[in-house]
Design a protein around this ligand. Structure first.
Ligand code: ZN
Ligand code: ZN
Length: 261
């Protein structure tokens, strides 16, 4: 299996660097066979403007990735996006994002979850009630039918930082929903990067978390591995650790070709 990464961000989201061509060059240099772009999707006016691309940037994003499909052969390039789910986004996704059928895939993610009329950031998940709300949001994201893959489903641990009955119950709810929808779950290399950046010791509770993925494997949920690169030099960052985790657990790893047929 050639090296693959389906989770890649460009400068357009406002917190990443590099453009499509820079990543393609880095991918070829590092021996990748597959590179998927999944920048943070535009969202309706007023929603989280600092973490996603503007709707104005979207046509150029599509154009450049489509050009890269031709210009960087034999690298297999896919056009995707990463987005959150809110039923309020449905029309926007249908009319502004998916119209034209350009996208090869859409990654779902829960960076924010609704809680008592507010949206909390995943690192604010600190109580049992938060985890229940996080799991419910993940389940709705999966059930929406908009997404091919759910990114870092164990990222609630970046806030909660304990592996106890509440964490297990949150994991169970997310995994049962993934199993029911047949959606692939992503083991995300950015968690290893964040561990390093924050000076966490390897055994500290964070994501990717082994016990979460043990539960996933026990349920037969298929997994995909990506680095969640926010700069071209991060393309393979964390991938080796993710691969080792998947191999240790004998996880059912799917390739882009399996998933994006
Ligand atoms: Zn990002
Ligand atoms: Zn991402």
């Amino acid at each position: 299996m050639s090296l693959e990464n389906l989770h890649t961000h460009t400068w357009r989201c406002g917190h990443a660097s590099g453009d499509v061509e820079d990543y393609c060059e880095a991918a070829l240099k590092r021996g990748f066979g597959v590179l998927g772009f999944s920048d943070h999707t535009p969202l309706p006016e007023g929603r989280w403007p600092r973490i996603r691309m503007s709707l104005n940037s979207y046509p150029d994003y599509i154009r450049r990735v489509e050009l890269a499909k031709k210009n960087f052969a034999p690298l297999k390039v896919y056009l995707g996006l990463e987005g959150e789910w809110d039923p309020a986004f449905k029309e926007f996704y249908d009319n502004e994002i998916l119209k034209g059928g350009h996208l090869d895939y859409f990654i779902g993610a829960v960076h924010f979850f609704p809680f008592h009329g507010d949206w909390l950031y995943l690192e604010e998940a600190s109580s049992a009630a938060h985890l229940a709300a996080y799991a419910a949001q993940a389940a709705e994201t999966l059930a929406s039918g908009y997404f091919n893959l759910l990114a870092h489903p164990d990222a609630f641990l970046a806030g909660y930082r304990r592996w106890d009955d509440n964490a297990r119950s949150c994991a169970k709810d997310i995994l049962d929903a993934a199993k029911a929808c047949g959606t692939v779950l992503e083991i995300n290399g950015n968690g290893y990067r964040k561990r390093r950046q924050r000076g966490l010791r390897s055994y500290e509770i964070f994501y990717p978390h082994k016990a979460f993925w043990e539960m996933a494997v026990r349920r037969g949920v298929p997994v995909s591995i990506s680095s969640d690169a926010h700069a071209p030099e991060e393309l393979d960052d964390g991938l080796e650790a993710c691969r080792r985790l998947a191999a240790d657990l004998e996880a059912k790893t799917v390739t882009a070709a399996d998933m994006l047929k």
